[in-house]
Design a protein around this ligand. Sequence first.
Ligand SMILES: *Cc1c(COP(=O)(O)O)cnc(C)c1O
Length: 435
Amino acid sequence: MKYLSTKGRAEPVSLREAVLKGMPDDGGLFFPEHIPRVSTEFLREMDALSFQEISLEVARLFFSEDISEEELEGFIRNSITFDAPLKRVKENVYSLELFFGPTLAFKDFGARFMAEMVSYFAKKEGKKLTVLVATSGDTGSAVANAFYQKEGIEVFILYPSGKISKNQELQITTYDKNITALEIKGTFDDCQRLVKTAFLDRELNDRLNLTSANSINIARLIPQSFYYFYGFSQLKGRKERVIISVPSGNFGNLTAGIIAKKMGLPIHKFVASTNINDAVPLYLKTGRFEPKESKRTISSAMDVGDPSNFARILYIYGNDLNRIREDIVGWSFDDEETKDTIGEVYQRYDYLLDPHGAVAFLGLSKAMEEINGASGIFLETAHPAKFFDIIELIIKRKVELPSGLREVLSKRKRSIILSRSFSEFKGFLLETTKR
Ligand SMILES: *Cc1c(COP(=O)(O)O)cnc(C)c1O
């Protein structure tokens, strides 16, 4: 299968090129030339299959022309190593818990699958690859963990010094071997600029075989559709009018859901649930897309003013607002509503939401008021313990930290401090990777 640009001006490329390049030259985003459909037998029999079996079937439909069945099986075996259980919260409302990966957030799915694929290309070509990624927190930890000790790959993670939480910082800076954390004296935008400039730099590209691991990479996007199938399959008998609410920032997760629907998964509606960074809900209301500066909230992984995957959503629906509105409704919620919901759901249903899941729960509740007889799923994208400081204040009880998180918090930070100057960054990369 070839990959096209959403802007349509760049040449179609192979899977390898789409993954290693990250972005087409025309400034669009890569998208598969067509979305394959699952068979009706698969949909009928899906309930009896494991998460790994379901994932393999979806992966095979996209990648089997480019990667052998055996290799794909290996990718799934190594990346989909934890469950995504569907938990009942109340009548007709279910939480799809996506936080059982090593960094306790759903980004582990995409990052781990992508690491398998990039490492496969590196091995196949016998080339060493260098992954650069800028992070404002959560992407960095998922990427660091996923690529740790992957053969033939050197990873540099750039993060803004003093601007991410201690928790997040330790999840990036406590690796060794092929993972290096670069603490940039600047903002997240400076980190992104350094990475983007590096990709345009001939010498660096030639010497280091640069690859991007940011969230728009197609190898991170597609595996996120696996758990929509698996979540749906766990509904067993309740599959009429299924609504799925997705807590959204860059809209990669929701895009993957739309892909699952286009593959044939009968999802009735999606809810684009956001915090006050509400460019997409506003677009759904007014038809105008007006990106803004991002605003800080307690659901910080969704603090995105200009969601990058929105271009893919427009592309899928041919820019047709009415068609988009048939499939997606959207609402935004502020921090007060989010906190109240965490408290209320804990009290009434004994279920602990994290701030991102709480936004999704709110969006789902709104959508279900309008659709009779629906079954609702909201995606719980992070483990509540990651936000223990906020949550303990709300529920007035201690939140148990999972052992993995406790362990990370006790480790020693190792980072290399650099200024935001490109020449210093470039000099560092050339020096460190000299061999
Ligand atoms: C990244 C992230 C999101 C937003 O996902 P997008 O694909 O960017 O919309 C939501 N919740 C958590 C916990 C995240 O880390």
